[in-house]
Design a protein around this ligand. Sequence first.
Ligand code: ADP
Ligand code: MG
Length: 703
Amino acid sequence: MPSLLDTDIKFLAGVGPQRAESLRKELGISTFGDLAYYFPYKYIDKSKFYYTTDIHSDAVSVQLKGVISDFRTEGTGHKQRLVARFTDEKGSIELIWFKGLQWVEKSVIKGKEYIIYGKPAYYNGVYNIPHPEIDDPIKVQQSGFQYKFTAQYSTSEGLKNSKITSRAIGKIVQNLWKAVTQPLPETLPQYLIQQFKLMPLTDALRAVHLPTSESQLEAARARLKFEELFYIQLNILRFKRDKMAKSRGFVFSKVGDVFNNFYSHYLPFPLTNAQKRVIKEIRADFLSGRQSNRLIQGDVGSGKTLVALMSMLIAIDNGFQTCIMSPTEILANQHFATIKEFLKDMPLKVALLTGSSTAKERRSIHAALQDGSMNILVGTHALIEDDVKFLNLGLAVIDEQHRFGVAQRAKLYAKNSVMPPHVLVMTATPIPRTLSMTLYGDLDISVIDELPPGRKPVKTIHSYDSKRLMVFKFLRDQIAEGRQVYIVYPLIEESKNFDYKDLTDGYEAITRAFPPPEYHVSVVHGRLKPDEKEYEMQRFIKGETQIMVATTVIEVGVNVPNASIMVIESAEKFGLSQLHQLRGRVGRGASQSYCILMSDYKLSSDARRRLDIMCETTDGFRISEEDLKLRGPGDMDGTQQSGTPLQLHIADLNHDGQLLMAARNAASDILDKDPGLERPENEILRTRQSVIFNKQQNWSRIS
Ligand code: ADP
Ligand code: MG
């Protein structure tokens, strides 16, 4: 049965074909239903009037009643603007228009009383109101459009040009609700509505656009948020159960000689409790008979590599091959070196495969993979090239997964013809629990929430560029004590050339301030060839250079314990999680480490907040929570590539954690009782889920 909500938006009063086209193109609204689900982003109080004399801030929008007079045009050409005087009982203020000047001057009747609404601007020592909304008080009264909670809708520049403002959307939304005379089909089963005391759908949708009280608005929003989160969870959990039921995996039944020998003779330090716990969790996966996909979260320096290595040893004990894939060649080299160092003279075959491997090396690696003699293959995405074939890959580890695309990971699954290998994904970007449940709901998650003992927290200092000489002096003192220093410049994808200039200028300035023969400086950036990069890195690792000037290529994984100072140039240009990653490069040795955030005086309030947070805490989880608050979940590292269309329309993971838990538990309970959603009372769930997710085939297959 077609619902009213399926009606083409052009048939709604006040829309018509032209506006319908703009709404479709700009906002994706093509039906009544799309409009009903186009939620306001905030509400403003239009029941309250201010006087012009009340205006003391540009933070609050105001509604005023008065007359408009004295139109005059100022400036010429592009800079032309229309200015008018608005006078109420107590005083007056100027109104300014930069666009549509003629239209405004023509349509406003001088001397007539109007209601205006706008956000004051402070300019040349006085307030004015640019581009106010102007209403006729009589019409406002007739339309009843003087809500205490007037919904505000996001629009686009394109829409504003075709005069579809937030208010215009508000008006067609009113028409929509005039057209809705019957209750809309419910999208949740009655038993859930009763159990959670939810507002019925029709009431909730109406109230979210046209609320009449705060409590009603809250109840409406709660219902819609719950529903949004519930269906996401239902989808993820169904998928996960389905996968668990179907996906057979290799069973690694024993912990054998290789593991035990390593554990008792080669492990250089006791494992942390968190490492032990996570290895146990991985071991349980290996015994389950199902293919496992586990995300291991652990702050930088928490010892993920060792956990990965010990898991690989279990796979090897059971006769399988393993691989570990890194996002960059530097990291792959480092993993190779680390793993060789851990394993020392253990009789295992470990090889490195990257873009720089020679044809000869490749041939011998390929041969050892196919005859089964290769135990551990370390590498970059060179590992997933088609000609890399394993005899029996049992475990694939992916390090720093946020650098990998979904498609690349999918290729790993196909490396085995018999069954996909177990997959461990390691990330140093701590993701808040609420987000990981939503994003990675189908992956099992382990958290290494403990750093190895004896680490001193890195001292973090914010310094302005003008204090550079003092910072240099500090660096000289530290270098004199034998320490090494990283100096990092931002590298933004779209503007490589510009940033490259920043880096080379910086490098020159640094070599001038730290001249040979006393000082030696390495430089590493994306334009170097892999062997040049490696050469520069090695000089630093060996201590031949005291300073490493770099772009963010050193962001992940580099381990030089003697490097105890991280200077981040233009720190305001980095996101929080990136700053945290960079800071994680230091604090790995015995001496006190420092992170110095350099910035300009001029900082946006968000940038200042980021730098403050960095100075306040070294706790990765706290930082990622703050990051989520500042940037919103859509921007989080890792989400862009995760392949998850995490587009929440009304729920907010910062504030709706409890609702999320409730929704997840509800979905899980339902699936326990009715895994296929086959009971009559759940039919509504099955249909709705497929309506919401039918276009998004299989996205949750891989993290
Ligand atoms: P990340 O989790 O950032 O990948 P790594 O695996 O590189 O961290 O470990 C960071 C450092 O800590 C390495 O030098 C590693 O050898 C060391 N390490 C790992 N586990 C322990 C432990 N249990 N005790 C002491 N040091 C450890
Ligand atoms: Mg690491």
